[in-house]
Design a protein around this ligand. Structure first.
Ligand code: NAD
Ligand code: DAU
Length: 336
């Protein structure tokens, strides 16, 4: 099979390319990525020489570039997006352009080129926020209620994907996944930010009261869910994907990291809260479990230890990322 992976130089996309080529070594993958601040070809050094792997630098909002990358492609796995909530608060227009317009350009090209499956990677953030007391979780039946420009732009892209299925018969699937963590995640996101700051002897910034809850999933478990959906998922369907953490707050996560890294609580720094900060996410993944047999394989504690070890062993990787554009972003975001 020949796959077009958009955003394959980012965190989950790169993990997915490694995962797919390990398990399907005879397949071909075209990695189509604009190499924004979040795209990093260092993430793909290990697969660069694989005979089935190729890279095209291009922007998903550019119909000519997108069309020419689709030659012979049977399936698209669409990761490319602006993915950071804090940046969406500062620059919403970029998020609308890439996440909404970019997805529509890709859908159009997929239709024109007779692509057999379009899998769209989305997020649980489209469902809005739960309270700490809510007994329910997000599921495929939860109404959309996005609350940040990032979440709203991902919701827009999900609606377009469904519209192309119903209106034009394009064979689409969507996965709405919770917070991923693991190797190659940009240090702008909470877990790698905490680990790398501690490795640099810096404090970990925690937003507001720190009693915010996310549903954490090791990135390889997400990749396995995508593989199952591509191979056995039903066109027109949506699958919610989530982890095994029950109501673990940001404070608890940071405490766990501090403990695993032999640091103490004085390394936490309370900073201003994120505007419109969603209190809690939790995902009910019964559908993908019962229909496709998926469940997470990594316990949070072991996944976190593996992640810490990865960042300890890949100092060059994150020091390089932190020394570029991110330096200016960090100064502005954390006033330090
Ligand atoms: P990331 O920010 O690490 O990577 C995004 C990639 O997309 C980068 O390589 C970037 O260069 C590329 N890109 C951005 N704009 C582009 C454009 N206009 N054209 C082509 N390429 C472009 O993101 P991630 O964390 O790996 O997330 C990947 C996808 O998964 C996103 O769609 C995100 O919404 C979704 N998602 C992420 C998480 C998470 O926890 N990280 C959870 C659920 C869903
Ligand atoms: O839920 C899935 C989403 O998870 C994905 O769709 C997004 O692409 C991904 O970025 C992630 O969004 P979050 O906003 O949940 O992730 P982030 O790592 O930015 O923040 C996680 C939590 O930690 C959140 O409650 C905000 C908090 N936080 C974050 C940073 C960067 C802090 O307390 N301090 C920080 O410095």
């Amino acid at each position: 099979m020949k796959l077009l992976v958009t955003g394959g130089a980012g965190f989950i996309g790169a993990n997915f390319i490694h995962f797919w080529l390990r398990r399907n070594p005879n397949d071909a993958i075209v990695n189509f990525d604009a190499l924004t601040y979040a795209g990093n070809l260092e993430n793909l050094r290990d697969v660069e020489k694989h005979p089935g792997y190729s890279f095209v630098k291009g922007d998903i909002t550019d119909p000519i570039a997108v069309n020419s990358a689709m030659n012979g492609v049977e399936a698209i796995v669409h990761f490319a997006a602006e993915s950071h909530v804090d940046r969406s608060i500062d620059h919403p227009a970029t998020f609308v352009k890439t996440n909404v317009l970019g997805t529509q350009v890709l859908l159009d090209a997929a239709l024109k080129n007779g692509v057999k499956r379009f899998h769209h990677i989305s997020t649980d953030e489209v469902f809005g926020a739960l309270t700490l007391e809510d007994a329910t979780k997000f599921s495929e039946l939860t109404p959309y209620n996005p609350r940040s420009p990032y979440a709203a732009s991902k919701a827009g892209s999900d609606h377009l994907v469904r519209a192309y299925f119903h209106t034009y018969g394009l064979a689409t699937t969507i996965s709405n996944c919770s917070n991923n963590y693991g190797p190659y995640q940009h240090p702008e996101k909470l877990i790698p930010l905490a680990i790398t700051n501690l490795l640099e002897g810096k404090k970990v910034p925690i937003y507001g009261d720190g009693f915010y809850v996310r549903d954490w999933l090791y990135v390889e478990d997400h990749c396995r869910a995508i593989e199952l959906i591509l191979k056995h998922g039903v066109a027109g369907e949506t699958y919610c994907v989530g982890g095994m953490t029950e109501n673990i707050s940001n404070r608890q996560i940071i405490s766990k990291i501090l403990q695993l890294m032999d640091e103490n609580m004085s390394m936490i720094e309370e900073v201003s809260d994120r505007p419109g900060h969603d209190r809690r996410y939790a995902v009910d993944w019964t559908k993908i479990n019962t229909q496709l047999g998926w469940q997470p394989q990594h316990e949070f504690e072991t996944g976190l230890e593996e992640t810490i070890n990865w960042y300890m062993e890949h100092k060059d990787w994150w020091q390089h990322v932190k020394s570029g554009e991110y330096k200016e972003y960090y100064k502005k975001q954390y006033q330090s």
